[in-house]
Design a protein around this ligand. Structure first.
Ligand code: NAI
Ligand code: A1CAB
Length: 273
């Protein structure tokens, strides 16, 4: 990418995107992260050799694309200050990665003429394995939509949605999802330790099983997940017993309820912030 990109907020998700974009070959001198946290600035500077500042205005003035990456609770305050800079915001493309902030809300804060693509990435972007949902309102040009897609494709896969509310579904299925897998892996690691493995051994066992499983899924797009599961599950064997316990204790219902709770919170946030 040759566009100059400003990240407003250089926290967890911005760092993952920045790391992924740079690993994909972007020129670090084209990337600026603005964050009031000096420690965070230093970390980003040392890790990725990008430009850092605490001045959102300076970062935005020198950019073509602005990635809004602050917490949803702060978005109104941050956008209001950006509008007050008096810059020609209409000449830039704004990409929001925030959960729970609608395009309508952002336009209300930044100006109705400002082009905004709303996205929902996830932290595996750091290792080029991101999954990002994108939504563009009708006034976003095809070139601007393509720029947003190109940015996110540099760090993984992308999926456009036609209705803005579907971004909340992307949150449930991908944005928040790394945390679900980490929770599951944590629980497995914990029990493996109780069985006597060292923390390192337990982590290695769980990590490699998860990585291998995800790679098997990706390598076999024609095989249903249920088939891959059946391939592990010998009749009358050990896996069958473990799966019986998961099913009897309602794992599918738990997963559906958790995903629905994420969606409900995304919608609730849209009315709060
Ligand atoms: N963490 C994740 O997995 C994902 C997060 N998101 C979204 O990304 C956004 C950021 O989330 P995280 O990175 O997790 O949060 P974070 O707290 O790690 O990062 C936010 C950063 O914004 C900085 N900040 C605070 N005030 C600021 C200001 N006035 N100007 C500029 N920067 C300021 C903070 O110092 C912090 O480093 C949120 O809106 C969240 O919904 C979206 C997808 C996934
Ligand atoms: O937890 C959150 O609200 C953000 C959005 C998706 C992942 N983290």
């Amino acid at each position: 990418m040759t566009a100059r990109i400003a990240f407003i907020g250089g926290g967890n998700m911005a760092s993952s995107l920045i790391g992924g974009i740079i690993a994909n070959g972007a020129d670090a001198s084209n990337i600026t992260a603005s964050d009031p946290n000096l420690e965070q600035q230093q970390k980003l500077q040392q890790q990725f050799a990008i430009n850092v500042t605490a001045d959102n205005g300076q970062a935005i003035a020198n950019s073509d694309i602005v990635v809004l990456a602050v917490k949803p609770q702060l978005m109104a305050e941050v956008c209001q200050a950006i509008k007050d800079l008096g810059l020609d915001l209409g000449a830039k493309l704004f990409i929001s990665i925030a959960a729970g902030i609608s395009v309508k809300r952002l336009k209300g804060l930044l100006g109705e003429h400002v082009a905004i693509v709303r996205t929902m990435p996830n932290t595996p972007a750091l290792v080029g394995r991101g999954m990002t949902g994108l939504y563009a309102a009708a006034d976003v040009s095809s070139e601007q939509a393509a720029s947003a897609e190109q940015l996110m494709q540099a760090v993984g896969e992308t999926c456009w949605v036609e209705q803005e509310d579907e971004i909340n579904h992307i949150i449930a299925a991908a944005g928040s999802a790394p945390a679900y897998f980490f929770l599951f892996m944590e629980a497995m690691q914990q029990h493996a330790e109780q069985l006597g493995f060292s923390p390192e051994q337990a982590r290695k066992l769980v990590q490699q099983a998860a990585l291998g499983s995800a790679e098997l899924v990706a390598a076999n797009p024609d095989l249903e997940l249920a088939t891959l599961r059946a391939n592990v599950t010998s009749k009358g064997g050990t896996t069958a017993e473990a799966i019986r316990v998961f099913e009897e204790q309602g794992v599918r219902k738990i997963v559906a309820n958790a995903m629905d709770a994420a969606i409900a919170r995304g919608r609730e946030m849209e009315s709060l912030f």
